[in-house]
Design a protein. Sequence first.
Length: 309
Amino acid sequence: MENIIQQIRGFNRFYTAHIGMLKSNFLDSRYTLAEVRLLYEIGEHSPITSQQLGESLNLDKGYVSRVLKLFLKDEIIEKIQSEKDRRAFYIKLTESGSRLLEILQLKSDKQIEEIVQKLNSDEKELLKNSMRSIKKLLVADYNKSSLAENIEFREGLKPGDIGYLIYLHGKLYSEESGYSQDFEKYVIKTFSEFLDNYSPENDKIWLAEYNQQIVGCIAILQRSDEEAQLRWFLTLPMFRGTGIGKKLLNNALKYCQERKYKNLYLLTTDVQKKAITMYEKAGFTKTKSVESLQWGQLLVEERFDLKLS
């Protein structure tokens, strides 16, 4: 915990200095950053009440009131009495306020352009995705499902996918199930056999990506005209419970039904309890169980079958 606290504090110090947040006159205006932020909020959500302003920016009522008095004095905002409640007043920008905000936004855009101009397209994409992830993770009402909103699903393979999938399987099964490196050798062998016999018309693989990184996968391999095998079903821990795994599995099952396979099977071990629960909910039943010593452990290899017709 101490390490992440220091990292966040260090980033805050760097970022506030980097974009000039510590200057008393932000973007060479006569206003501070907090005051400009209030002005921006009024422009974006006009008309708005002072209470709504304070709540949206998590600012003290007294501070908001003082800034609004300054804005009224400078004639960049005006108050409008509510027609429904004569005690309530809404705030909106005047023409002068709108022009000022437009100028400040142009200056801000130019500042950002100068900051990122030394970056190439890949570096800009990395920066953009990293900032999006920071916002998702630190929002007050954060939950895992918010991350899933930015997941993209695709079918098929691109150069480098297989290597990365081997890495993910080796890493996750070592960390979560205690498998030895022999398991990674096994995964390499299975993917090698897959590539040797890969038929895009009959073998399908679906990938889930977050910020252009694979975070989930599943594949269907044809074993005969009537039977197929489900393989390499994986979801990164951070994205479990978001519905990603369920969507991947549903895509695979739908494909098998469209192909009119009569049977779909998978091979796993008794260690994979959460995955087995998902398989059983989908209708798979255990048809074989054999004890074996492999990957540094005494495991029970299990086969599950799903009758499709």
